[in-house]
Design a binder for this molecule. Sequence first.
Ligand code: AMP
Length: 122
Amino acid sequence: METDERSLFSRIIDREIPADIVYEDDEVIAFRDIAPKAPVHLLVVPKTGQYRDVAELAAGDPALLATVVATAKRLADEHANGDFRLIFNTGAGAGQTVFHVHAHVLSAPGEGNSLEEGNLAD
Ligand code: AMP
């Protein structure tokens, strides 16, 4: 029996696993994190599964990393007040569990709302 080595996120991209998708284009997909840590908690994921983490992505395709950041900004404008915290867990010791590079976009939903600085390293 063959082992399916595609990541969880590749399976979401291929619609094999459901997700609450909020944005998609040729390069990236974005969906709501299943276990949100902030009022708005989205994941922005490059469609290619070839980069395990943000360090690999930065070295291999910096333009795609810039696209991830621009998408995060656009989503923070649409879903919150435009301000956002961008987190790339990098390595198991930093809490990474899915080894298909992804950005966590954390934000608060309205004017005058904000994230607490104290949440940074929970
Ligand atoms: P990380 O720990 O940085 O690798 O982030 C993986 C994230 O994926 C976690 O925040 C999980 O809550 C989230 N996650 C896991 N499974 C799903 C899923 N089926 N749909 C949406 N988010 C998920």
